[in-house]
Design a protein around this ligand. Structure first.
Ligand SMILES: C[S@@+](CC[C@H](N)C(=O)[O-])C[C@H]1O[C@@H](n2cnc3c(N)ncnc32)[C@H](O)[C@@H]1O
Length: 192
């Protein structure tokens, strides 16, 4: 088993068990209290913040921006890193840009169409959370993994949300672990 996957699992479990103090800036704590859906995302948001703090990445890429709350956690976890968040809905880029986080850039496009903007082995942390179909997840993994620095982790949200996502996760052929209870719909990590 991989040491880095074990570390991610242990950090995730410390959050689930409530033994890690919440050291996030106030703005992030407020996001967790916005509504029922952000309350539900609270632990994996905290995990993304903690992981960005832990590994000290330079480049972080997220597919699937939505309201921008994961992106802002990643960005504030490592303020010297650049976070690039991709969503095909311009509303999502607008929402994230409105949060005014200096180290975040947005791309409004289909995630599968913009992979060439990234150099091989340049991404230190990749978070896949866009279209939740088996085919899209598998294609994102095929296209984006060559862009990830070898040894780094890729996180996948919602791996047990649907049968499609479970199938997509089952297809992941890299060393992997799911981190139980970090998100009610599942959260997985694999090592490139
Ligand atoms: C689950 S939400 C992302 C949540 C966000 N990562 C978070 O944790 O706060 C999924 C997002 O993926 C976007 N999406 C769906 N299909 C996409 C595609 N082909 N390319 C890029 N984004 C896509 C949707 O517009 C939606 O905002």
């Amino acid at each position: 088993m991989s040491e880095v996957l074990d570390t991610a699992y242990e950090i995730g479990m410390s959050l689930v068990q409530g033994v890690l103090p919440d050291n996030r800036p106030e703005i992030l704590k407020k996001i967790s209290q916005t509504d029922w859906s952000t309350e539900q995302c609270h632990l994996y948001h905290r995990f993304l913040f903690a992981w960005a703090e832990h590994i000290k990445p330079s480049l972080i890429v997220e597919t699937g921006t939505d309201r921008g709350y994961s992106a802002i956690h990643l960005a504030m976890g490592r303020t010297s890193a650049k976070v690039i968040s991709i969503d095909n809905r311009s509303l999502c880029s607008d929402q994230l840009n409105a949060l005014n986080v200096p180290n975040v850039d947005t791309i409004t496009e289909d995630s599968l169409k913009v992979v060439d903007r990234f150099e091989d082995h340049s991404i230190d942390l990749l978070f896949l959370d866009s279209l939740h179909t088996c085919e899209h997840l598998s294609k994102e993994i095929e296209l984006y993994v060559p862009k990830v620095r070898p040894g780094s982790l890729v996180f996948v949200d919602d791996i047990s949300m649907t049968g499609e996502m479970a199938q997509g996760w089952a297809r992941v052929a890299y060393p992997k672990r799911s981190i139980p209870k970090l998100h009610v719909t599942g959260f997985g990590a694999f090592q490139v």
